[in-house]
Write a protein that binds this ligand. Structure first.
Ligand SMILES: [Zn+2]
Length: 334
């Protein structure tokens, strides 16, 4: 081999942490490697979290690596949430396996929204992460547009992610130009994203040269627009009698209604009004439009929409006035 080729070959080994091999080759080929250079690589391995490689290299190069240096690096790995490197480091530096410390690091990671390092730390500490930390972690992930770690955190906590957090996540994804997780987040929240948001997302993708993503966003936006334009929502008031006589309403929904006044806590008597929507609102704009119409046309400020009552696109509006205090702020349930 020619010298330059040998040097490239040696460098390649040094770069990937294979120092003993590099030193062997350099000796055989008569290519000198300076201690300074080797020392630089050893510290680079430590920076990368490769403590076993650093120790191996230091032995082969005859360069001393003081224990204090190793301990400093282990602490650095812990702080940065590089849990695997820290665990390895514990053993190499001969430190006691600090379970309490690991659980603490796990907690810190979760609170910062770093799900996987957090879970690893708890795992090594042989502890179960508390549900509340997982929820905080999940919400943090959602707020950063990290849908899948967020969902995972909630799953481990055995909880269903709230609609509000999912929408926050979806919006963040769209703002950053990631239509797929954004749409997924909205779907999980059972909501439709505003078409303008999707269009803006598509524009961002285009600017960044991501044409597949752009296409996905524009197609989704178009679809929402088509639904909204093709079929405006129609509202029809219906009496309780008509509703109960209706064969269309699904059995499971028959108990849906006002359960408690949120103003005076009355759980007894309400004056109810019902409306059938030709379809449920598909966007925030439509929800606002519906709020407006219900207020202006029917004088109703609070209402609940039940989707799936008729087993199709239609929705049922149920509004109630508390007979005790006159409030419309009423809680609906089954
Ligand atoms: Zn009341």
């Amino acid at each position: 081999m020619r010298d330059e080729k040998v040097i490239v070959y040696i460098k390649e080994r040094l770069e990937t942490g294979r120092m003993p091999e590099a030193i062997e080759i350099s000796k055989a080929a008569g290519v000198a490697l300076s201690k300074e250079e080797l020392k630089g690589y050893i510290y680079k391995y430590l920076e990368n979290g490769w403590m076993p490689k650093a120790v191996e290299g230091s032995k082969a190069a005859g360069i001393e690596l003081p224990k204090e240096v190793l301990i400093d690096y282990v602490n650095k790995y812990l702080e940065e949430g590089q849990i695997y490197s820290a665990i390895e480091g514990f053993k190499i530096a001969g430190m006691p396996p600090l379970k309490d410390k690991l659980a603490m690091i796990g907690r810190e990671c979760l609170l910062k929204g770093k799900l996987y390092p957090g879970l690893e730390a708890y795992n090594f500490a042989e502890e179960t992460p508390p549900e509340e930390e997982l929820i905080i972690c999940g919400n943090k992930c959602f707020s950063e547009g990290q849908l899948y770690p967020g969902l995972e955190a909630y799953k481990i906590a055995n909880r269903i992610p709230p609609e509000k957090e999912l929408i926050i996540c979806g919006n963040k994804c769209f703002n950053e130009g990631h239509p797929s997780p954004g749409l997924e987040a909205y779907k999980k929240a059972n909501r439709t994203p505003p078409k303008e948001t999707l269009r803006a997302c598509g524009q961002k993708c285009l600017q960044e040269g991501r044409h597949e993503d752009a296409r996905e966003a524009f197609v989704a936006s178009q679809k929402i627009e088509e639904i909204i334009e093709a079929k405006p929502i129609e509202i029809k008031e219906i009496s309780l009698q008509e509703l109960n006589d209706s064969k269309e309403i699904e059995e499971a929904w028959k108990g849906f209604g006002p359960k408690a006044c949120l103003n005076c806590e009355n759980e007894g008597v309400f004056k109810e009004r019902y409306f059938i929507l030709s379809r449920c609102p598909e966007s925030i704009e439509e929800e606002e439009w519906l709020d407006e119409i219900m207020k202006k046309q029917y004088g109703i400020e609070h209402y609940g929409i039940a989707a799936g009552v008729f087993g199709d696109h239609r929705g049922l509006i149920d509004s109630a006035v508390c007979r005790k205090c006159g409030s419309q702020d009423v809680f609906f349930d089954f």
